[in-house]
Design a protein around this ligand. Structure first.
Ligand code: 13P
Ligand code: SF4
Length: 314
């Protein structure tokens, strides 16, 4: 069966069932094409909470994204095409570590990046995504009347939020990072800029500070997309410092512009664990519990508070 035929079958099955497909920008392009909603972590959380009326949500993203959708929709069935699709960054922070940090700094608010387990979220005062990290640091430090916050697990996003907000972020832990974004080095940037001197460089805030400092724009995947959209009338060339899925989306949506990756092979292998065959299987087997994402209620009831607070604040 060709990709086109599979996509058509999926669209037909989707119409017959009460299903909505949410997909992150890092999904393979053939999945992006059949999604009802495409977005960054914040946009997808908002969509899951505010716009989805169907009984079933198929979530083409990594596990923490599907878990967040499930926590926000306890009465819906959230299904993940490949349950092994996880974000390795989440493993940098355990609930025990958060409790230890809180014991050492009892007066500071705890901000947990959504790229974390539900059990870690359950320990937080508020969550954040890459799109709202600066705003959340500013607002929660103001609410607690402090000049520092606890922030984990991404030390680069914490550093970015600190750089812009001037509020100190205590990293939980110092070494938390994304293997996709942190592999981009200053040398890569110098080389790609030399090759495309007229291009604007736009990067994700999970990149290291030295890379962010060399860029023209820093933002979440949706913000990077919007930067291209807003500037496409006057800029022809862009260098993209994030996962290849966003590059594929941009190439499709802006065919007369030139896009280049900041370095080769910026691939999140976990995001690429989903495929059309798995989505078709799910649509034909909506009640296969092996694919349903469920967070134990005792954790979900705690984790929902920092997630909802984040949505309120952003
Ligand atoms: P966004 O907040 O841009 O969706 O990023 C999520 C992510 O996992 C980045 O690696
Ligand atoms: Fe996690 Fe990085 Fe993949 Fe995003 S790109 S899901 S942070 S490993």
């Amino acid at each position: 069966m060709t990709t086109k035929q599979l996509q058509e079958e999926i669209l037909t099955l989707k119409k017959k069932n009460d299903v909505v497909i949410l997909a992150h920008y890092y999904q393979p392009i053939e999945i992006q094409e059949i999604a009802d909603f495409l977005g960054d972590s914040l946009g997808l959380s908002r969509t899951a909470k505010e716009k989805v009326n169907s009984e079933y949500i198929i979530f083409a993203g990594v596990d923490f994204m599907a878990e967040t959708a499930s926590i926000l929709n306890p009465n819906k069935h959230v299904l993940i095409p490949n349950p092994e699709s996880c974000c390795p960054m989440a493993a940098f922070l355990t609930p025990e570590m958060v409790r230890q940090f809180k014991e050492i700094h009892p007066s500071l608010p705890t901000i947990v990046y959504v790229n974390s387990t539900a059990a870690v979220k359950a320990e937080a005062d508020i969550c954040c995504t890459s799109a709202n990290a600066v705003k959340i640091v500013e607002k929660i430090s103001h609410e607690f009347d402090v000049n520092s916050v606890l922030f984990g697990p991404d030390a680069n996003l914490a550093d970015y939020a600190e750089q812009i907000s001037k509020i100190k972020t205590i990293k939980m832990p110092d070494e938390g990072h994304c293997y996709v974004h942190s592999q981009i080095t200053i040398e890569d940037i110098k080389a790609v800029k030399e090759k495309y001197p007229k291009a604007k460089l736009i990067v994700h805030p999970e990149c290291i500070r030295q890379v962010r400092d060399l860029s023209d724009y820093v933002g979440s995947t949706t913000r990077m997309y919007n930067y291209v959209k807003e500037n496409s009338a006057k800029i022809n060339e862009f260098i993209i410092g994030t996962e290849v899925g966003l590059l594929e989306r941009l190439i499709q949506d802006f065919p007369d512009k030139n896009f280049n990756l900041a370095k080769e092979k910026l691939v999140c292998y976990n995001m690429k664990k989903h495929n059309l065959e798995l989505i078709k299987y799910l649509l034909e087997n909506l009640d296969d519990k092996a694919f349903e994402v469920k967070v134990p209620p005792e954790i979900a009831n705690k984790a929902i508070k920092p997630i909802e607070k984040m949505l309120e604040f952003s």
